[in-house]
Design a protein around this ligand. Structure first.
Ligand code: ARG
Length: 275
């Protein structure tokens, strides 16, 4: 910041010096921004809560990677725009969008009617549903069984919403965590009896942490199907059009399927990427 300020002060000085000597302004301008070069391309900032493998997470080098990153990178290329990913905690992610700190969000965000009031969503790009994680020896067989148990969720997620609905707003048995991995760690430690979160993340965690001795309990009758969307600030139709154009292109040309397969090892279900 200081450097920028200094640089602009210097540039200003140059311009003033040029003017006072009554030299033509053209050479000065040419030195800093030749008219022949195209105007710098706008890079859109992307908020993502990178603690959500395999969708968005940080690798050993600290780079933000995962399905969402690969997908949005491909979408941006096809949609004709540039993106820069910024790790943004879930807790403040929607605010960052409304405040204008981020131009768009891709963070396995379920499209809900409530969220649609405050932001605009792209066409859906992924099907999800809530899934229950418990210790392998747990007797939990369905969602209803969690009514009187301690349940871990990530604050403000759809998992939080369904458990809050099951147990009631005043329940003291819901333990809310900053991230989904933290909730799962607490399950491992025995601090909660179950965790309810998006299926993709739970399956990935259980598969990669065999020592935790978890199992998953699916209850498709109790959970509504969810779809992930890319969010932009309400009314940002220009960016939304580019996103949806790119999304349609990657679904049509097979790159969606390739990214899906790279991440999950299987072909996408037909409904996930309609041609
Ligand atoms: N799909 C859920 C929701 O929208 C959870 C998403 C959490 N994403 C994340 N990167 N932590 O509420």
């Amino acid at each position: 910041r200081h450097f920028l300020k200094l640089a602009s002060t210097l540039a200003m000085g140059l311009v003033l010096a040029a003017c006072s000597k009554q030299e033509p302004a053209a050479p000065v301008e040419a030195a800093s921004a030749p008219a022949s070069e195209p105007a710098p391309v706008k890079v859109y900032t992307v908020g993502t809560d990178a603690a959500y493998a395999p969708f968005e997470y940080q690798n050993e080098k600290g780079e933000i990677v995962g399905f969402s990153v690969d997908l949005l990178t491909a979408v941006a290329e096809k949609g004709g725009f540039q993106v820069k990913f910024i790790n943004t905690p879930w807790e403040g992610i929607f605010n960052a969008l409304t405040q204008g700190d981020r131009d768009l969000l891709i963070s396995s965000i379920t499209i809900t009617d409530e969220r649609k009031q405050t932001m605009d969503f792209s066409d859906p790009y992924f099907d999800a549903i809530q899934l229950i994680a418990v210790k392998a020896d747990s007797k939990v067989a369905k969602f209803e069984d969690l009514k009187k148990l301690k349940v871990g969720v990530q604050t403000g997620t759809t998992g939080d919403e369904v458990v809050t609905k099951l147990q009631g707003k005043t329940s003291t048995l819901i333990k809310r965590f900053e991230s989904t991995p933290l909730a799962l760690k607490e399950l491992e430690a025995g601090g909660v009896d179950a965790v309810v979160a998006d299926n993709g993340v739970v399956i990935h965690y259980v598969a990669n942490n065999p020592d935790a001795k978890f199992k998953t309990v699916a209850d498709t009758k109790s959970f509504a199907p969810e779809q992930y969307g890319i969010a932009v600030k309400k009314g940002n139709a220009e960016l939304m059009a580019m996103i949806n154009k790119g999304l349609a292109a990657v679904k049509a040309d097979g790159s969606y399927a390739a990214i899906y397969k790279k991440t999950f090892g299987t072909e996408p279900p037909a409904a996930a990427a309609p041609a």
